[in-house]
Design a protein around this ligand. Structure first.
Ligand code: HEM
Length: 336
């Protein structure tokens, strides 16, 4: 089996590098976006958009102006790069349903996020809407990241070489349910964390592991919101251990699934540690950013697992039997 057996042109180096840069860029854009919200800098440019305090380049004499203006510049640069990259991938590899889905998710949520971000400057939104806004930013990042992983898989598949990134094979429905269930639970837990932050309840339990010295502080008020956030974290830790147990029989045959679940477990532990550190720091900015940085890795990991259990699209159906444990496939030419 060699490259000629494949009828599509593998992604170029330029496209793969653009994907890596766009993914890292979206990660940074999200991080600075969270910083923007946490430091109350969203109005650093006043109610102006796209201008900042009525100027193209504002007077950077105030930290809120610096943060908001940097966020806008990063969005302008990386979100634009990511959009161009996804359109490029769509043009080249549109016959792959994964490319269509991830590009549309990425582009769609970048647009929704930009519109909501601009509206948030002009209108005061309720915490329920603001919390959604942050989740959309994560979905945009994940769209770009999964598209990049998929293009690397196509490249590895076309060259028929191991790259550390396995191409997918179909999995039983029970595996899909476990992975999708964990993804949905994680997304809800993230939404709740964001809701707690927007309700200003993050400091209600400034102690850890107990909340104000109580095992059960109750579910009412700010303490209740904060306590549910901690319970959700315990729930996620249990779910991740169960997922790992469920996927352990894939250790030899599908290391991508097993390793993905293992790293998810590590990410959840890191999330809990950074969460405890954040609570004990009385929600200081540095620990906050650390909590968000691990959160995005955690979410990227579980989203990668989702990609790995998505059924193969028609364009990827194998018509050659796997050789020595590495699947060989003929793939239709996406160029038409
Ligand atoms: C493992 C699951 C966890 C997830 C997915 C998670 C997620 C989040 C998210 C999304 C935010 C809000 C960021 C924002 O929108 O500004 C947040 C904030 C926060 N989290 Fe977590 N977290 C987890 C665990 C924990 C744990 C175990 C603790 C404490 C022991 C904790 C303490 C906090 C605190 C104090 C805040 C700040 C709220 C504020 O800004 O007022 N988190 N978390």
């Amino acid at each position: 089996m060699n490259t000629k057996d494949y009828q599509f042109i593998p992604p170029s180096k330029a496209m793969k590098w653009t994907g890596i840069i766009a993914t890292i860029g979206m990660y940074i854009v999200n991080l600075v976006g969270f910083l923007d919200t946490q430091t109350g800098s969203a109005l650093g440019c006043g109610p102006d958009w796209p201008l900042c305090n009525g100027q193209v380049i504002p007077n950077l004499n105030n930290i809120h102006v610096v943060i908001e203006f940097t966020h806008r510049m990063l969005v302008g640069g990386f979100a634009l790069l990511a959009t161009i990259y996804m359109i490029w991938a769509l043009i080249r590899y549109r016959s792959f349903v994964e490319v269509r889905i991830f590009s549309l998710v990425g582009i769609g949520f970048i647009v929704v996020q930009s519109v909501l971000g601009a509206l948030a400057v002009v209108f005061v939104n309720p915490p329920t809407v603001l919390a959604l806004h942050l989740g959309f930013g994560l979905l945009a990042m994940v769209g770009v990241a999964l598209l990049t992983v998929f293009l690397f898989q196509l490249d590895a598949e076309s060259g028929h070489r191991r790259s550390g990134i396995s191409f997918r094979q179909d999995t039983p429905i029970s595996t899909k349910r476990w992975v999708w269930g964990t993804w949905i639970y994680t997304y809800i837990a993230i939404y709740w964390g964001s809701y707690v932050a927007f309700r200003g309840a993050g400091e209600a339990c400034p102690t850890w592991p107990l909340c104000n010295g109580k095992v059960f502080p109750g579910f009412s008020g700010a303490v209740g919101l904060d306590f549910i956030h901690r319970l959700a974290a315990v729930g996620l830790a249990i779910l991740t251990v169960l997922l790992l147990g469920n996927l352990r029989h894939y250790k030899a045959t599908r290391p991508d699934l097993y390793k993905g679940a293992f790293w998810l477990f590590i990410a959840v532990i890191a999330q809990i540690i950074t969460g405890a550190n954040l609570a004990l720091s009385h929600v200081a900015t540095g620990p906050y950013l650390l909590h968000i940085a691990t959160l995005m890795l955690l979410f990227a990991d579980i989203s990668y697992l989702v990609l790995q259990v998505i059924p193969l699209s028609k364009a990827e159906q194998p018509n050659v039997e796997p050789e020595s444990g590495w699947s060989s496939r003929q793939v239709h030419n996406p160029q038409g």
